[in-house]
Design a protein around this ligand. Structure first.
Ligand code: 13P
Length: 262
C-alpha cells in the first residue's frame, strides 16, 4: 500500500492518438465512469497530443471536471527559433499540471539525452508544473543485469543539484522499455524492486523527507487486470498508462483499482 502521504497518480498517456473531437469524447465518457470517490482516492492526469490540449482544458474548466491536464513533452527553452516545439510556459497557460519528460520513445526515437531531460525538468518546475520523469531499461540491459545501474543513472542525472523540497514534488515513472506496448508487464515483484531502488537512491541523495514524498509510477502494459497487484507494492504510487488509457472502460477500471483488490 502507498503511504497516506502519497496520493496515487494514475496518468493516461495517449501518445499520438485521438484528434481533438475524439479527445473530448473520451474525456466525456471517462467522466461518466469515474466518481467523486475515485477522485478523492486517486489523482488522474490525462496527457493528450498538443492539438487537443486546449479543447480538453475548455471541457475540464466548463464542466468543472477533476481530471488533471497533462502534456507529453515540451522544450526546455522559453522561446526562440525551435520550429515545431512548445515552451513550458505555453503549457502552463493552458492549465497543464503534469508534463511527461524523457519518455523512452522520446529518448529512443527523437534522441533526447539525460542532459535534455534534466534541462526540461528544470524548465517545467520553473513554470510551476510537475514533471513526470521517465526512466527504464531495454531488454538487453535487463538481461545483462544492468537494470539498476541504468535506471539509477537516469534518476541521478534528472535529480542532480536539486533541493530536497523540489525533489519531493517530482514524479518518477519507471517504465521498462521492453514492457511498453508489448503486453509484457514486469512482475509486481520486479517492478517493486526497481521502484524501491529508486526511492533508496533518492533517500541517499536528498534525504528521508524527499524520498517519502516523491511519487513513483510504474508504466508498461498496465491493464485493469494487473493494476491492483502493482499498486499493492510499497514503492509504487501510481501508473503511467499508454494503450489502455484510450479505452474509457478499461482506463476507468484501472483508476478504480482499489475496488478490485490484488
Ligand atoms: P503501454 O501502457 O501501452 O505499454 O504504454 C506505456 C507507456 O509508454 C506510457 O507512457
Amino acid at each position: 500500500m502507498s503511504s497516506d502521504a502519497r496520493k496515487p497518480l494514475i496518468s493516461g498517456n495517449w501518445k499520438m492518438h485521438l484528434n481533438h473531437f475524439e479527445a473530448i469524447q473520451l474525456v466525456q465518457k471517462l467522466n461518466y465512469l469515474v466518481t467523486k470517490e475515485d477522485f478523492d482516492a486517486v489523482d488522474v492526469s490525462l496527457h493528450p497530443p498538443f492539438t487537443d490540449i486546449r479543447s480538453v482544458q475548455t471541457l475540464i474548466e466548463a464542466d468543472e471536471l477533476r481530471f488533471l491536464l497533462g502534456a507529453q513533452h515540451c522544450h526546455f527553452e522559453e522561446k526562440g527559433a525551435f520550429t515545431g516545439e512548445v515552451a513550458p510556459s505555453m503549457l502552463a497557460k493552458l492549465s497543464v499540471k503534469y508534463v511527461i519528460v524523457g519518455h523512452s520513445e522520446r529518448r529512443e526515437i527523437f534522441g533526447e539525452t539525460d542532459e535534455m531531460v534534466a534541462n526540461k525538468t528544470t524548465s517545467i518546475l520553473k513554470a510551476a508544473m510537475t514533471p513526470i520523469v521517465c526512466v527504464g531499461e531495454t531488454l538487453e540491459e535487463r538481461e545483462a543485469g544492468s537494470t539498476e545501474s541504468k535506471v539509477i543513472g537516469q534518476v541521478r542525472s534528472a535529480l542532480a543539484k536539486r533541493a530536497p523540497d523540489t525533489v519531493s514534488k517530482l514524479v518518477i515513472a519507471y517504465e521498462p522499455i521492453w514492457a511498453i506496448g508489448t503486453g509484457r508487464t514486469a512482475t509486481a515483484a520486479d517492478a517493486q524492486a526497481v521502484c524501491g531502488a529508486i526511492r533508496g537512491e533518492v533517500r541517499a541523495s536528498h534525504g528521508n523527507e524527499a524520498a517519502r514524498a516523491l511519487r513513483i509510477q510504474y508504466g508498461g502494459s498496465v491493464k485493469a487486470g494487473n493494476i491492483a497487484e502493482l499498486m499493492a507494492q510499497p514503492d509504487i504510487d501510481g501508473a503511467l498508462v499508454g494503450g489502455a488509457s484510450l479505452d474509457p472502460d478499461e482506463f476507468a477500471r484501472i483508476v478504480k483499482y482499489r475496488l478490485h483488490a490484488a
